[in-house]
Design a protein around this ligand. Structure first.
Ligand code: HEM
Length: 416
């Protein structure tokens, strides 16, 4: 007789889970993907999953790679029948990340040049300058005391300022971008049965109106930035007007909270592993590796979703067509079959092929930018404040309510 399988304790609404998802993932590393019934799904997935249908949980590294590489069996586009579910989408047209080929191929091709290594090298001095501008402000403000909040004063503004400049919109509007983006992402933390807060719709409308205006401004006065490039693609019939708006909003939203989280969770891990922080201080050549380990150890995007495009199977588990497949990136990154001592935070880990930036055709478009921001930001912080540390490494940390993104809300730091 086969042993009953232990229940899957996957409930991102449970404070215990939020405090430590990783211990819940451990039993999943020894099992083939499982189909489970869940009434705890985020709104975006509930809207695309037929009522009562199970979802598939994929936690092992090899299974996660299989799903993300096989876009012919596992698509990113929402199943057509339920696309119009209410409350979904600031995007008027499906954004790149929720498309399958050939649409995905057409959209992604447009973004080759602005995110190329050459273009990123050109951006590096600007990112460096913006990081130092924020650190200047921290230094001036901290004169009286020596404490500041890493998230509000550095990690949140930096990626928004960078992408605003790339898009060609005023970086000074950053607080509005942040509020819209955070509020819209709360969509996935509206518990089942709870009313849909009106502020989410307000944020969506305001964001669409703002970027609609910015696109019109660019049409009147063409520029060589990302919005200019998207408008040129529209004029060449490669994009529709809705696709331009959708792309702009995706670029603004995709990189901000993720990159901010990488810095916040990364400093949390460094602060709680002082030997690793000392190692980094003494050997700056380890910065790039440290950024990879920050990404692996506590990934900003904890999971992503695919939809089975046909009846199929995964390691013997039958997966009916239309099933939502949860790929638990955070669990895969701790799979002992792939990583030695996966629970250890080791900035010299090599190799470190984590899945925090995805895999396959949807591999993060902004990966190079995120890595650059991470290395420039870490170098700037260590240079400016050689004794920078967490104010209280043992203090509990609160996370922003979000189903997919694990973002520390605030992280008090000390300069001395
Ligand atoms: C540390 C920061 C970041 C993390 C952890 C991250 C993570 C990811 C992951 C895991 C995916 C794949 C999603 C999937 O397969 O369903 C993805 C896709 C994407 N990311 Fe990032 N990202 C980061 C920064 C950025 C930045 C800075 C940008 C751009 C400004 C960006 C733009 C995108 C876009 C457009 C996609 C969709 C790509 C496609 O579907 O082809 N990301 N990201």
């Amino acid at each position: 007789m086969s042993q009953p399988q232990p229940p899957i304790l996957y409930d991102p609404w449970d404070p215990g889970f939020i405090a430590d998802p990783y211990s819940r993932f451990k039993p999943l590393h020894t099992q083939a993907p499982r189909l489970i019934q869940s009434d705890k799904l985020p709104r975006s997935v509930r809207a695309t999953t037929p009522p009562g249908a199970p979802i598939a949980m994929v936690a092992r590294y090899a299974d996660a790679v299989t799903v993300m590489r096989d876009d012919s069996r596992f698509g990113a586009a929402r199943p057509a029948a339920r696309k119009s579910a209410p409350g979904l989408g600031v995007f008027g047209a499906p954004p790149l990340v929720f498309t399958d080929p050939p649409l995905h191929t057409r959209l992604r091709r447009l973004m080759g040049r602005p995110f190329s290594p050459r273009r990123l090298r050109e951006m590096e001095p600007r990112i460096h300058a913006m990081a130092h501008e924020l650190l200047d402000r921290i230094e001036i403000k901290a004169r009286g005391g020596r404490e500041f909040d890493l998230m509000t004063e550095f990690a949140n503004p930096l990626p928004t300022m960078v992408i605003a400049e790339m898009l060609g919109v005023p970086a000074s509007d950053y607080e509005a971008f942040k509020w819209w983006s955070d509020t819209i992402q709360e969509t996935d933390f509206v518990p089942p049965g709870a009313p849909f807060p009106s502020r989410i719709m307000e944020a969506r409308n305001a964001m669409r109106a703002y970027f609609g205006d910015q696109i019109e401004r660019h049409r009147r006065r063409p520029a060589g930035d990302l919005i200019g490039l998207l408008i040129a693609a529209e004029e060449g019939d490669a994009l529709t007007a809705e696709e331009v708006l959708s792309f702009v909003i995706l670029l603004l939203m995709a990189g901000n909270e993720t990159t901010a989280t990488m810095l916040g969770s990364g400093w949390l891990a460094l602060g709680r592993n002082p030997d690793q922080l000392e190692l980094l201080r003494s050997n700056r050549n380890l910065i790039a590796g440290a950024v990879e380990e920050m990404l692996r150890y506590d990934p900003p995007l904890q999971a992503t979703v695919r939809h089975a495009r046909m009846d199929t199977e995964l390691c013997g588990t039958p997966i009916p067509a239309g099933t939502s497949v949860f790929v638990l990136l955070a669990a895969a990154n701790r799979d002992p079959a792939r990583f030695e001592h996966p629970e250890q935070f080791d900035i010299a880990r090599d190799p470190n092929h984590h899945l925090s930036l995805g895999e396959g055709i949807h591999f993060c478009l902004g990966a190079g930018l995120a890595r650059l921001e991470g290395t420039v930001a870490m170098a700037a912080m260590l240079d400016r404040f050689p004794r920078l540390r967490l104010a209280n490494p043992a203090a509990p940390v609160s996370y922003r309510p979000s189903y997919f993104i694990r973002c520390v809300q605030s992280l008090p730091m000390r300069l001395d």
